[in-house]
Design a protein around this ligand. Sequence first.
Ligand SMILES: *Cc1c(COP(=O)(O)O)cnc(C)c1O
Length: 373
Amino acid sequence: MTADFRLNPNVTALPPYNAGMNIAVARSRTGRDDIAALASNENPYGCSPKVMDALKGVNPSRYADPNCTALRATLSRKLAVPASRIVVGNGSEEMIAAICRAALRPFSTVLTVKPGFGLHEIESRANGAKVVKHPMTKELDFDIDGLLAKLRKKPTIFFLSSPSNPVGPALNRDQLRRLVGAVPKETLLVLDEAYFEFCGADAVDGVQALEGSGIAYAVLRTFSKAYGLAGLRVGYAIASDERIASAIAAAKTPFNVNAAAQLAAVAALNDQGWMREAVAKVADERNRMVREAARLGYFAPGSMTNFLYLDVKGDSGAAFDHFLSRGIIVKPWLEPEYATFIRVTVGVPTENDRFLNALSELSDTFVVKEQCE
Ligand SMILES: *Cc1c(COP(=O)(O)O)cnc(C)c1O
């Protein structure tokens, strides 16, 4: 027995990350082959064929460039930000971890929202910080006034995803301007724009909007969603200055982004046409799903992403089982106040039809369940 060994209590007390069910697990659980994986916001159209071509050039036996020089140069041109302010991670989730490691100390506080993205809380707590989660409004919009009040307490980090995961809306220009105006000099704003590419051309671009704002910030973007590279793990941070970028880079592991991911990300950036086409198809389907769900009596807040956040008006775990029995993986929301919500990713049209069909049968499941209880 090694029960005397003391682990880090910040880590042993962490809430689990609510990851979407793996397809192989769903197959063995249901005995079905036709699994529609609608839990993890991946791109249902895969990735650009140019990425698949580029992957043929991977050299598995050499260490990859620890500085991602070619990828950062490509990003620098595209974003008009010096490469010295860009750090690439093993997914943007590694950047969340590195930022926490670089910025937090015992007794730091972190401000974020609920419902929110699990890792904003988990990585903060793993680094010893106390996390304050400010609720979204009743209508599930950002509560700007409430957040301004909380920013007066000078949290070390303020994590916010816009567009919001899991809810879907993005900050408008005025909301972002008011938040930025209230970020104290003691606070690092982390604006997580994992779904930026789905917002459409008129959306606020955090990289541009924060440039020259004078606050300390990092904007996060990823190749996992619109670019369809979730399995390769690559995302990045754009920091407000070189000093902050260097600290984030120092806090990551040295060979964090593998050779395949670096080649794939450059190829993906060089095929904007493929990405835009996939995003447009997803946005059309998303709008159709919102309309159809509303027709069935389920309201989803306006989404600027590739997913819907739906109040199923019953236990989200029971709803998860209902969809899984029909071969559909959704994500049940587990934060206590939001445990009647599920998050469902927009898939290809046939998958979305299957989801809508199963949604139309959901109220029967809940009624039967209540009668049994
Ligand atoms: C998916 C997601 C991420 C993580 O993406 P990776 O780059 O795959 O690590 C980060 N933030 C939010 C809000 C996300 O939804």
